[in-house]
Write a protein that binds this ligand. Structure first.
Ligand code: ATP
Ligand code: MG
Length: 558
């Protein structure tokens, strides 16, 4: 954990926890992070992870990881594994073993039988259409199911036979008997078990009935002695049901459900279903495509766990809308990488520059520190030779006002090296600049030129020594702030066709053998990360730009 992790931003959930601890309601807190293993986690989940695990750390409590695995058809081992990897990568460790709602299937079944025994649940044979009709609407109360008054013994028998596989899928459900006239539709005799012959990733074909989320979640919380069950605001209307179930049953404790607003990040999506669509329709390269807002995508792009945790801290926790601009996330990543990542030089749009007054075949190397404020990061030798690469857009024949980089006849300093003067511009038949011929002022190594000021400094690499590098630059995945906020247009219509640009560049030899996921600042270009999948040390170098050096994007838009 980094230093900013220790800065506690106050919010209403902290207030509740602190007063529960001070007033003796709890000796210690227990939270949980309860994902369904039906997709990869995204930046919204990161908010929830940082909240739940962060509170447990701050108050010396515990946080469980519990898979809410009650929808067997959509769930997979791959998703469950990825979620564990993501939580670890973000820097958190759950308490004890991973928990699964399916660990409680037997207990959940017994509790359901208990409800039936109390006359508080019944087997209902209405079809889904009839059920919808009986449910009523927001303004009209529902009607009682004709099966509502089945005798306890009959219900117990039918429920046991549902489990035994005597009835086809969807032909019967078990419902809680609460109140069909409740203004809260969730309380109108909600379904708590359904028949579904589906293979489950953990229980296999052992069960053909599965408990519903609302019924499962509160009991799982209680069985794990969760003290504060934190969830997003869409569950606010489910809280009466959460409390009702626990009030009826002899569970070990009654956790408090507290809702907070979900993170919505602009220019991207925080819907697992839609992200899944992007992956299955191959509109992105996979769940870990660096343009994806998934944790694994952000990781591959080069975002740091420290930066993401800082982001979660900065956006805060409340019940009001949490629509956040991408620049807030990028700012957190940038600030973290600025102080922690070593700096080297790379050229991503190379233009050949020949030093006419330097001896061919000779190499001069100069030592350069990896970070101006961190001598402890060490240094490397930066080789200089007759031919170098500079960035094509560091040269302009007709520069805009205020230009400080290279122009014909002008001077500029090569970072860590000489001041050079552009004597000649070489063009191809089409008139494109293909080479610059320059001369060094030999008297400018480590000192200012005499009698004149040279303001511009550009980065470069020695052509003889540089290593080829594949550079991947990323832009927003969508062209609009709320891609799923348009009623007429599908979110896929707003995909940004220019969100990925692949370039062939050159980088200093110092990075030759660095492993995947090594991060650098490439001077003047941004923060980069060696690709997790495609970067092969010493063989094929592939770097992703995680974030630019400055937030130029917000300004361009504004
Ligand atoms: P679904 O349930 O539709 O598959 P989900 O995004 O709710 O999607 P879960 O796996 O149920 O996915 O989420 C796990 C936890 O993460 C839940 O507590 C949920 O409230 C929280 N969470 C999900 N999305 C966000 C978000 N955008 N912001 C904050 N928390 C979120
Ligand atoms: Mg959910």
């Amino acid at each position: 954990m980094s230093s900013s992790d220790n800065v506690r931003v106050p919010h209403f959930i902290r207030n509740i926890i602190e007063s529960d601890l001070a007033g003796g309601k709890h000796k210690a807190i227990v939270t949980r992070f309860p994902p369904e293993p039906n997709g990869y986690l995204h930046v919204g989940h990161a908010k929830s992870i940082c909240l739940n695990f962060g509170l447990a750390l701050d108050y010396h409590g515990k946080c469980n990881l519990r898979f809410d695995d009650t929808n067997p058809e959509k769930e997979s081992e791959e998703y469950a594994q990825s979620i564990q990897d993501d939580v670890h990568w973000l820097g958190f460790q759950w308490n004890g073993e991973v928990h699964w709602a399916s660990d409680y299937f037997e207990a959940l079944y017994d509790y359901a039988a208990d409800l039936i025994g109390q006359g508080k649940a019944y087997v209902c044979d209405l079809t889904p259409d009839e059920m919808r009709e009986y449910r009523g609407t927001l303004i009209a109360p529902g009607k009682n199911s004709p099966y509502r008054d089945r005798a306890v013994a009959e219900n117990l028998d039918l429920f046991a036979r549902m489990r035994a596989g005597e009835f086809p899928d969807g032909s019967k459900v078990l419902r809680a008997k609460i109140d069909m006239a409740s203004p809260n539709i969730n309380m109108r005799d909600p379904v708590i078990y359904r028949i579904k012959r589906a293979h489950h990733i953990r229980t296999g074909d052992q069960w053909c009935i599965y408990p519903m989320y609302d019924y499962t979640h509160c009991i799982s919380d209680a069985l794990e002695n969760i003290t504060h069950s934190l969830c997003t605001l869409e569950f606010e209307d489910h809280r009466p049901l959460y409390d009702w179930v626990l009030d009826q049953l002899p569970v070990p404790c009654h956790p408090q459900q507290i809702e907070f607003s979900r993170l919505e990040l602009q220019y991207t999506l925080t819907s697992k279903r839609k992200l899944n669509q992007l992956v299955t329709e191959k509109l992105v390269a996979g769940w870990d495509d660096p343009r994806m807002p998934t944790i694994t995508g952000m990781r591959r792009r080069g975002y740091t766990p420290e930066g993401i945790r800082e982001f979660a801290r900065r956006i805060g926790i409340s019940k009001s809308d949490n629509v956040v601009d991408m620049s807030v996330l990028e700012g957190c990543i940038r600030e973290d990488m600025e102080v922690r990542m070593p700096r080297v030089m790379a050229v991503v749009r190379p233009l050949k520059l020949v030093i006419t007054n330097f001896v061919a075949g000779e190499t001069q190397s100069r030592e350069a520190g990896f970070h101006p404020n961190h001598p402890e990061f060490g240094s490397r030798l930066v080789p200089f030779s007759k031919e170098i690469w500079i960035e094509a857009d560091d040269f302009a024949e007709a520069p805009p006002p205020g230009w400080q980089r290279l122009v014909p006849g002008g001077e500029v300093r090569l970072r860590y090296s000489y001041v050079i003067k552009c004597d000649e511009v070489v063009k191809d038949a089409a008139g494109n600049v293909v080479e610059l011929r320059c001369s060094i002022d030999p008297n400018t190594l480590g000192k200012n030129p005499e009698g004149r000021k040279v303001k511009g400094v550009i980065h470069w690499v020695s052509a003889e020594h540089a290593l080829p590098v594949e550079i991947r630059l990323y832009d927003r995945l969508f062209t609009v702030a709320e891609p799923d906020g348009d009623k007429e247009h599908d979110f896929r219509e707003f995909l940004n066709p220019h969100s990925l640009e692949v370039l062939s560049g050159w980088v200093e030899p110092a990075v030759r053998d660095v492993p995947p996921e090594t991060r650098y600042q490439f001077e003047r270009l941004g923060y980069f990360c060696a690709d997790r999948r495609d970067h092969k040390p010493g063989e094929k170098l592939v770097f992703n730009r995680a974030v630019t050096l400055k937030d130029s994007w917000t300004k361009e838009q504004g």
